[in-house]
Design a protein around this ligand. Sequence first.
Ligand code: PLP
Length: 435
Amino acid sequence: MCYARPDNPSVRAAEETLRDLEGGADCALFSSGMAALNAALEGARRACVETTPTRVFVAAPTCAYFAVRFRIVEWCASRNVEVVSYDPDVPFNAHGLDPSTEEVREEREAKRRRSGYAGKSLRTALREQRELGRRAMMVWIESPANPGWDHVDIQRAVDAARDCDAFCVCVDATVATPIIMNPLAMGADLVMHSATKYLNGHGDVVAGALVTRVEDETWRCVTHERKLGGATLGAFDAYLLSRGMRTLELRVKRQSATALWLANALKDFIDKVREDSGVEAGVVLYPGLVPGFVKQCKEHDVEDECTSDGSTKRTYHGGMMSLCFYDFLGLKTDEKKVRVERLVAFCRTFATSCKIWTCATSLGGFESLIEHRYSVEEPGSMDPFVPFGLLRLSVGLENRRELLEDLKQAFWHALDDMRGRDTVNADSLPKSQEQ
Ligand code: PLP
């Protein structure tokens, strides 16, 4: 060892654990997930331009964690690199959103498409650029993507990237974790994590990670970027991260099982509200309900677990889901602004009325968190679109029945709060049969 910035034994120990979990050749930890993104972009650019005489671009999904999309756009603009957008394979709106959310989404999408903002698959986007003589220095994938849980078939994306001679494919697997999938085994070049989330799992560290499939020139440039850019992780945070990863498998399995149960129970709850009141309240978005995502998940032996169905293999689909409410709050006005304000108010009251779920920004920890994403993302929005009624849920380790009951009481509480508002037609709101 010579100096702790490029080489620290606590950091190295955590890197080796994650390298092995992802089945990679090496791992580098960073001071945050965003620092890992920056190093991946910079490392790929440096390595790519050395061997590429043509113009290069970054292929980015239309839906990804909003700060990541922001950063990719900003980074590319400052380096005169184009961003080419593509749509994920299964966008969340495939689940069907309500007409008013659809209306706004359509307006924005139409505007974006006029300015070339996706509306095309990754393969099509890459082919079009290839025909123009351009090369993708980076294909960025986030699957499942925060907060609608869109997914990309990584194997197919890698095939499309190779066919078009893309330089580097990087998968942000923060939400999936190495327990659910290993993108490197599907051919990706790099895996990125916001280690702040599941890998640490205790909500007390901010950290990022990159894992590489091979130790090539890109990797040399990535580690060079970290060494001289200085976005390294502190030794104590690395120690905490190592502690967190010891329980990663147990946490992800438990949280996935609770999330699947909750997703189905919440669907039943929404169905019951519709049966009782004729009101279509919303939709549950969960990757485990989408066959294309489930198909990509690693199979685990269940020998050590109690199963009633006698199966020996099982897949897990993560602890993240969203409850996307429609504009169902009774119409005294048709004015779009009022309808949006009302739905936003309902969601905020819902989130803050929970007693077990904490209303806070982050995900992947031991405790369950809930958050109204529009309130967080849209104020500074550049181009992502998050539905007005979307509540993001990060499922923790608590009792699943208590988690469900808490959400139900928050729903009825938020509705009662709406009843008193003068823009709301109280008679048209669903009434609890349980109270
Ligand atoms: N990628 C995803 C999917 C995220 O959810 C986040 C943060 O929420 C990041 C990247 C950024 O990570 P960090 O906050 O550790 O910089």
